[in-house]
Design a protein around this ligand. Structure first.
Ligand code: PAF
Length: 294
């Protein structure tokens, strides 16, 4: 495994791979590090599907708001490198902020509409930062495939849209959410939770499971579903709901509010963002109501 801290080193390594095999396919797994089993599952899929796999580790300041956790975002370089190696990564690209942004960027990558709700509404500017860094990574690595987890389902929809709109020649590969045995979706931010918050955080996956049963109930509307999911989450004393939304997926539009869910055959997402103290967790599930939940 080769560690590249500069763009020049990365380009050299990619050139050698392409030069020795012009059919070589490249997989990219973009991350912000502090890797967990969710990231490892993306790496393994990339390694299985490509000749060479690049893991990028970069805590991107452009996607954090002024009062967010950029400074305290967890970092552990040695552990990340060991996990990358164990999972068969060929190149780790781990640049400093100055390498990615030698000066303040004057170009923005704004993806409209899809970013108006959910995390786009709670974290203004977040997806502009994601769009900018992911498009830079796509240009630098020129991967054939790029791997993203479904836990950030809105991010996945936004990146797919950007890739289509800009004709970036990369296949976006969605990968399933990886969970702890009790159902909590893996996230680098889970380390912020106190023992009690960690116990209560299981309410996110529990409320998605409850929603799966409710979606099959005759006559239930999005309005009722959301009210009942919110009530379930509120049973956890420390939970502070940021949003609970039922939207079409991947277009992220509002559904017919008062019509029974079971009458519809589009794909929907139930997306949750809940704060425990200062830690904000997200989770989601996809449904196709009249053919039973996914
Ligand atoms: O999902 C993430 O970890 C980040 O948003 C990404 C895609 C690596 C861009 O910084």
């Amino acid at each position: 495994m080769i560690l590249c801290r500069t763009i020049a080193e990365l380009k050299n390594e990619l050139y050698s791979i392409k030069h020795s095999n012009d059919q070589a396919t490249i997989g990219l797994v973009p991350t912000m590090g502090f890797l967990h089993e969710g990231h490892a599952s993306l790496m393994r899929q990339s390694v299985a599907e490509n000749i060479a796999s690049v893991l990028s580790i970069f805590v991107n300041p452009m996607q954090f708001g002024p009062n967010e956790d950029f400074e305290r975002y967890p970092r552990d370089e040695a552990r990340d490198l060991a996990i990358a190696k164990e999972n068969g990564i060929d190149i780790v690209f781990m640049p400093e902020v100055k390498e990615m942004y030698p000066s303040k960027p004057r170009t923005s990558v704004m993806i409209s509409q899809l970013t108006e709700r959910l995390c786009g509404a709670s974290r203004p500017g977040h997806f502009d930062g994601v769009g900018l860094v992911v498009s830079k990574l796509f240009h630098l690595v020129q991967p054939d495939r790029a791997y993203f987890g479904m836990k950030d389902a809105q991010q996945l929809a936004v990146i797919q849209q950007m890739t289509d709109d800009l004709n970036i020649p990369v296949e976006i590969v969605p990968c399933p959410i990886v969970r702890e045995p009790d159902g909590l979706a893996l996230s680098s931010r889970n380390v912020y939770l106190s023992a009690e918050q960690r116990q209560q955080a299981v309410v996110l996956s529990q409320s998605l499971a409850l929603a799966k049963q409710m979606v099959e109930e005759k006559g239930i509307t999005p309005e009722e579903l959301i009210a009942r999911v919110k009530a379930k989450i509120s049973e956890a004393g420390q939970a502070e709901i940021d949003y609970v939304e039922w939207l079409t997926y991947p277009s992220l539009e509002l559904p017919a509010w008062n019509e029974p869910i079971a009458d519809h055959s589009e794909k929907y997402i139930l997306a949750l963002a809940v704060k425990f103290g200062s830690t904000r967790l997200i989770d989601n599930a996809l449904f196709v109501p009249n053919t039973r939940g996914e």
